[in-house]
Design a protein around this ligand. Structure first.
Ligand code: ZN
Length: 473
């Protein structure tokens, strides 16, 4: 199973064998998260929700249906999403007087309530989030976790007294998302999307883009400055200190849980299967007894002793003492599931009061005394995390190339790289790049000025910025 030779085949096999997701649900674009996958997803959600709530966001859960008249209030938003909306038109055999839609994102569900809740400056800033499924009738090819017609995400919505407040929140959102991706050992670029690709109704959009082994960039999160656009469409106003009615300034940001999970799988996995960062591994340590004739009892007892020590310290440990598989088969199985550390115990370990540790990322073996086993395992967790994170960032750096001409850009695209080009900022040149080299202008680095080194790659005119071009999901 060669990950780098045929990523697509590798991914399909891993998500099925490691029980991440099952794409055989009989509706196209709708995927089932299975046990191991949803356990990881819940831990990713937990990391994010903790951080959001620490930052003052209240958890909420809005209805999945939005009435048509709410959806129709913000013109750009309608233009951006209406082609992808699932409509509910009937209940039984009765036609609904008021059509409902399944949320493709929740601004138009949430703002009518913001209008009711937000009265005065004392109510601001107002920060909420929810983890939920959203629905978009994607016409591009669907792929489990990467692109579905139903997808699991967390979305946050915030309202502030003025634009300065929402700008500050954009920075906080970037920090929160960076913190979560960092904990997962994921590398990313933070790009400001070109104007033609911003969120429908936003002033501007930022996105976290990351590499994928097949060369298609994976957008794992977005942050949008909405200014007063939605506040005006939904008449969300408050009374300021001087008694004057003013519009709030708002933001929203979303993290795709499926995409973040797919990036975690794609960045860290290897030819044996998943490799999980310990923080999200449903089981962090597996203990495999290796009994010999006559030593079965002693080995089993010792393995249970180790299990007790690890669990007593709060580690997610599992003792695989099932008789039906041989130790080698168990190794293979738990490697597929990406369990960060395996502990092997046989008669020699019993005698020495020690254990053999195998780390999943490098498959290197080491020994630990029983008395120091918890520290040894925790030490390996740190090493695994740092090594995965460094490897992911090194790969991102290696993926980035430069091109000065469309021919060169085409060659780099064929190598499936992420390519920096000089760009005039014109949408026509972005279309030309898309048509001629099948690459998309993803945007420019956020808050890091990069000086163009020559004329625009599309028109030969003066370049204003350095744009990142890639294939994409
Ligand atoms: Zn140009």
């Amino acid at each position: 199973m060669r990950k780098d030779e045929d990523f697509s085949e590798w991914f399909d096999r891993v998500i099925l064998e490691a029980q991440i997701a099952d794409d055989r649900y009989p509706v196209k674009g709708f995927t089932v998260y299975t046990g191991w996958g949803f356990s990881i997803a819940k831990r990713i959600i937990g990391l994010l929700e903790d951080k959001l709530e620490e930052g003052g966001h209240q958890p909420m859960q809005f209805p999945v249906v939005i009435p048509e008249d709410s959806f129709m209030r913000e013109a750009e938003h309608i233009a951006g999403f209406s082609g992808e909306v699932f409509w509910i038109t009937h209940a039984g055999d009765r036609k609904l007087e008021r059509r409902l839609l399944l949320r493709p994102t929740s601004e138009t569900a949430i703002y009518p309530l913001f209008k009711i809740w937000i009265r005065s400056h004392a109510d601001l800033p107002f920060l909420m989030h929810q983890t939920c499924n959203v629905y978009r009738y994607e016409t591009k090819a669907t792929r489990p976790l990467y692109r579905g017609r139903e997808f699991l995400w967390n979305e946050a919505h915030t309202a502030h007294a003025d634009y300065g407040g929402s700008e500050g929140q954009v920075r906080k959102a970037v920090e929160i998302y960076s913190h979560v991706y960092d904990q997962l050992g994921l590398s990313y670029l933070i790009l400001k999307r070109p104007d033609f690709d911003r969120f429908a109704g936003a002033v501007y959009s930022l996105a976290f883009d990351t590499w994928n082994p097949d060369g298609k960039v994976n957008q794992i999160g977005t942050v949008h400055e909405l200014g007063e656009n939605f506040a005006k469409a939904f008449e969300v106003t408050y009374e300021d200190e001087r008694g004057k009615q003013r519009h709030v300034s708002t933001t929203c940001y979303g993290m795709g849980i499926g995409r973040t999970l797919s990036a975690t799988i794609a960045h860290h996995g290897d030819d044996h299967g998943l490799v999980l960062p310990p923080v999200v591994a449903p089981k962090q340590v597996v203990i495999v007894p290796i009994p010999f004739k006559g030593s079965e009892e002693a080995v089993a007892g010792y393995a249970r002793e180790i299990e007790g020590l690890l669990k007593g310290d709060g580690l997610r440990a599992v003792l695989d003492d099932a008789d039906r598989l041989r130790p080698g088969e168990k190794f293979y199985r738990w490697e597929m599931f990406g369990v960060p550390v395996r502990i092997e115990v046989g008669p020699r370990e019993v005698e020495e009061r020690s254990a053999t540790l195998v780390r999943r990322d490098t498959l290197e073996r080491s020994k630990a005394e029983l008395g120091g086993i918890v520290e040894a395992v925790r030490g390996l967790f740190d090493e695994i995390y740092l090594s995965l994170r460094d490897r992911s960032w090194r790969r991102l750096e290696a993926e980035i190339a430069e091109a000065d001409s469309l021919e060169e850009l085409r060659a780099r695209m064929d190598e499936r790289r992420i390519v920096k080009v000089n760009w005039c900022g014109g949408p026509d040149c972005a279309s030309k790049i898309k048509d001629e080299v099948a690459g998309e202008v993803r945007g420019t680095l956020w808050e890091r000025e990069e000086e163009p080194t020559g004329p625009c790659i599309g028109c030969g005119g003066a370049a204003k910025e350095v744009a990142y071009v890639s294939r994409t999901y």
